[in-house]
Design a protein around this ligand. Structure first.
Ligand code: PMV
Length: 353
């Protein structure tokens, strides 16, 4: 028996991925870019054991066993990593070296999040990234992250970006086999330590429309998505990368808010429409714009972004974060109760604000 444990962090996109051009290989319709949050704070921790005595692959998620017989995406990750392991074993034997036949052994996977899974944070991204990275370690595979990101992508699209820290782009690629659809690091976390993120848990209810189902309906029915992927995202990706390299918060903030708004506009343009934001989300959007409008030097001080749910992530330079936490706690006392306030480096509980 061999056992390995690894952790992987959560990432929050500032240029959103929404739409697949190939649903089984998980190839996106546009490039995307995200910020990885500190894994000291929010992470998935995965332990995998492989043994010749195990009779089936099994998964325990947050202590409860899940039925994975029909979980195609997990099986994609098992299949891809086992194929690489089998090639490695063959190579070792060819050189006369002994190697355990791990590629033929079944695995038991135990995964847990150190944050409430119900909070609607990006647990599938960290969970699938942790799964693939732990399998790679277990099987002694090369841990080239871009290479592994192609496998993590097949578990959950956004998971490919969680293999890197800092600022990460998922390049959509153009090959039909997905070989060039992978994640690359734009800049490490140390590049912009002044940038912080605040996660406001507006609701911990499960989202009504899953991202898989929502994306497919959007691809089928939204003319706005076609405009977005052709006319908007390519230029926005270039501008966003440059803004990150220049630590230009003004451009970063404008692009982040515009992209979140266009993603939710695309959801509304879907038939039937998808509503992820609620009244509290919209009130947070207004609050951030009012806070920016009141800026003494006219410079933006905060930017919001929302994924497929009502919870807000607010990015801001460190110097403004304390004030933003106080504002959010003041206007949304209920929301602040259960909120996790995170930045790429540490987490602030609401009572520390
Ligand atoms: O990877 P999925 O299927 O959970 O989709 C994630 C989609 C968004 O979170 C809305 C955007 C993104 O780029 O992460």
């Amino acid at each position: 028996m061999k056992t390995v444990t690894c952790t992987a962090p959560v990432n929050i996109a500032v240029i959103k991925y929404w739409g697949k051009r190939d649903t089984s290989l998980i190839l996106p319709t546009n490039d995307s870019l995200s910020v990885t949050l500190s894994q000291d704070i929010l992470h998935s921790k995965t332990t995998i054991s492989a043994s010749e005595t195990f009779t089936s692959d099994r998964l325990w998620l947050n202590g409860k066993e899940e039925d994975i017989t029909k979980n195609k995406r997990m099986h994609n990750c098992f299949r891809e990593t086992r194929a690489l392991r089998a090639a490695f074993e063959e190579e070792e034997r060819r050189h006369g070296r002994e190697v355990a036949p791990l590629s033929t052994w079944k695995v038991h996977v135990c995964s847990e999040n150190n944050f409430p899974t119900a909070a609607g944070l990006a647990s599938s991204a960290s969970g699938l990234a942790a799964l693939v990275f732990t399998l790679a370690k277990l099987f002694d595979l090369s841990t080239n992250m871009s290479y592994l990101s192609r496998i993590a992508r097949q578990g959950s699209g956004s998971a490919c970006r969680s293999l890197f820290g800092g600022f990460v782009a998922w390049e959509m690629g153009s090959e039909a086999d997905g070989s060039d659809s992978l994640a690359v690091q734009v800049a490490p976390e140390s590049h912009w330590p002044d940038l912080q993120a605040l996660i406001c848990v507006v609701s911990d209810a499960k989202k009504g429309t899953s991202s898989t189902e929502g994306m497919q309906n959007t691809v089928k029915t939204s003319p706005l998505l076609q405009h977005r992927i052709k006319e908007v995202v390519p230029a926005r990706m270039k501008q966003m990368k440059q803004a990150i390299l220049d630590r230009d918060f003004e451009t970063f903030a404008n692009l982040t808010m515009q992209d979140s708004n266009q993603f939710h506009a695309v959801c509304l343009d879907t038939l039937p429409p998808i509503f992820y934001l609620n009244d509290t989300s919209r009130a947070i959007i207004k609050l951030v714009h009012e806070y920016n409008n009141a800026s003494p030097d006219g410079k933006l001080r905060a930017a919001y972004t929302f994924d497929a749910g009502p919870n807000a992530v607010i990015y801001a330079p460190k110097e403004h974060m304390k004030e933003i936490i106080q504002l959010v706690a003041h206007y949304f006392p209920g929301a602040a109760d259960g909120s996790y306030f995170a930045d790429p480096y540490r987490i602030l509980q609401s009572n520390e604000a």
